[in-house]
Design a protein around this ligand. Structure first.
Ligand code: BES
Ligand code: MN
Ligand code: ZN
Length: 501
């Protein structure tokens, strides 16, 4: 699919479907006014008669506009001008995509809507076009032996405007948006793979392939032998019931000319399947625990995006690959494990495995002398109870980092909410016979999981994103969402601005 920016010339765009956005304030935009005048009031007449309605997302497809070369004109309501913010613009674009699919239209020229200027701006607009359009047309058909009723695809999406300054901003937005949208696709493709194919070794191979593709990335893989030498016993305990080897994949991206500049470290939970282990999960929806590696898949998509964009920063991305299975060699409730940090953990529940894999990885990464550390994990069902499927949960030991992430979330529309973390919660994971237990009970489950990780991240500025509710959708249309790739890339884009000037 091609994203283009062109000077406005409707006659030159006749092969395309022209898309016009109109607010419900009885005012025609400049281009709509022109078309209306040439067609002798055709558009205004239809609005007056109520045949064209302009609430947000209302669509009207008109054919053969009188006195014009326009064969197809799609008018899509922008609703209330004042409320046309980033989220409204996304809904508006989704309504457009929906109509394009229904009517099997494969080329569009969208007239840059004036209303965008007051809220979103051209750059951001181009970014969300690539995001919404790519996600609408995404399909994971890898394992279908027959493709039936394939929805038509879009080949060309052009935004037309006569303003020179907007054209440059739109082009920049498309360049960054396309790289980002492809990063999201990479995340989704990896996350959607079944657990009999995508195991920790598969993640490692993907990490190596990324290094082959980009000379700015170097990938190292630690297998069980190396993890044992490092004393990463909590990580190893989780995988010890599985026949698939645990593997930690480390992707180092160097985009900063001063190669000793402190890196940002991203750690992704990569449970390629989480059965719960001996504390086994109920059968219903257990298949969805193949998505328990969405944190790792997010890191992969982010690394691909920043390498494509050649951001002038250093980033280390880790995929903590592992499988949690019940077997004779599994770790058990009651086991006490010594972590790489030296702290001991009493295992209360083998289903609270993510924090065990993460805690050793978070100890390991101190060697990179990080500027910031962010872990991304489908860590707790409690996060879905607290924030639904709408918000990523955020926990941090540093207010500045939390603010930067929340601002990136705001800018990218990837909703995120910070949860508290203080002493009161820490008590819930105290153990009578070890330094801590691995599960803090039902109350505040997302926070006590964060408290657990916080005991391994004292050496640096750290934030934790719980994406249990946002990383995939369940049910009939189940699939990975690609969240929170956008907010992390946004965070890194903002961070890299510091080095541009
Ligand atoms: N991967 C799960 C969390 C999860 C559950 C994500 C459902 C998305 C949907 C995690 O490993 C887990 O099982 N957590 C337990 C922790 C508990 C035992 C303290 C949970 O949330 O039930
Ligand atoms: Mn679990
Ligand atoms: Zn898990």
């Amino acid at each position: 699919m091609e994203f283009l920016v062109k000077n406005i010339d409707l006659a030159a765009q006749i092969d395309d479907c022209i898309v016009l956005g109109l607010c419900n304030d009885n005012q025609l935009s400049t281009v709509a006014e022109q078309i209306n005048t040439i067609s002798q009031g055709y558009i205004q007449d239809l609005i007056n008669k109520g045949d064209i309605t302009l609430q947000l997302g209302d669509v009207t497809l008109l054919y053969q506009i009188p006195n014009t070369p326009i064969r197809k004109l799609l008018i899509v309501g922008c609703g209330d001008k004042k409320a046309f913010n980033l989220n409204a613009a996304k809904k508006w674009l989704e309504a457009i995509c929906q109509q394009l699919t229904t009517k099997a239209i494969n080329q569009v020229s969208l007239v840059y809507p004036d209303v965008i200027e007051q809220h979103t701006g051209a750059y951001q607009f181009a970014r969300i076009i690539t995001e919404v359009v790519d996600s609408h047309y995404y399909a994971f058909n890898h394992f279908k032996t027959q493709l039936k009723n394939q929805p038509p695809i879009l080949t060309k999406f052009t935004v037309v405007t006569d303003k020179q300054s907007l054209q440059q901003e739109l082009e920049q937005g498309f360049i960054e948006g396309v790289a980002l949208a492809e990063g999201i696709v990479a995340t989704k493709n990896l996350a959607n793979l079944p657990p009999n194919i995508c195991n920790a070794d598969y993640l490692a191979e993907q990490g190596k392939a990324l290094a082959d593709r980009f000379s700015s990335i170097t990938t190292t893989v630690l297998g069980e032998k190396q993890l044992a030498d490092l004393g990463m016993n909590a990580y190893l305990a989780v995988g010890q019931g599985s026949n698939n080897e645990s593997k930690l994949t480390i992707m180092e991206y160097k985009g900063q000319s001063n190669s000793s500049a402190k890196p940002i470290v991203l750690v992704g939970k990569g449970l390629t399947f989480d059965s719960g282990g001996i504390s086994i999960k109920p059968a219903a929806s257990m298949d969805e625990m193949k998505y328990d590696m969405c944190g790792a898949a997010t890191v992969f998509g982010v690394m691909q995006t920043i390498a494509r964009l050649k951001l002038p920063i250093n980033v280390v991305g880790l995929m903590a690959g592992c499988e949690n299975m019940p077997s004779a060699s599994s770790y058990r409730p009651g086991d006490i494990i010594k972590t790489m940090s030296g702290q001991t953990i009493e295992v209360i529940n083998t289903d609270a495995e993510g924090r065990l894999v993460l805690c050793d990885t978070l100890t390991y990464i101190a060697r990179f002398d990080p500027e910031y550390v962010i872990d991304i994990a489908t860590l707790t069902g409690a996060c879905i109870v607290a924030l639904g499927h709408h918000y990523n949960g955020l926990i941090a030991n540093n207010d500045q980092l939390a603010e930067l992430l929340l601002s990136a979330a705001q800018q990218s529309g990837d909703k995120t909410w910070r949860l508290p973390m203080d002493e009161a919660f820490q008590k819930q994971i105290d153990s009578t016979i070890a330094d801590m237990v691995n599960a803090g009970g039902r109350e505040g489950g997302t926070i006590t999981a964060g408290c657990f990780l916080s005991r391994f991240t004292q050496a640096y500025k750290w934030a934790h994103l719980d994406i249990a509710g946002t990383a995939w959708t369940s049910g009939a249309n189940k699939g990975a969402t690609g969240r929170p790739v956008t907010m992390l890339v946004q965070f890194l884009l903002e961070h890299s601005k510091k080095f541009n000037d």
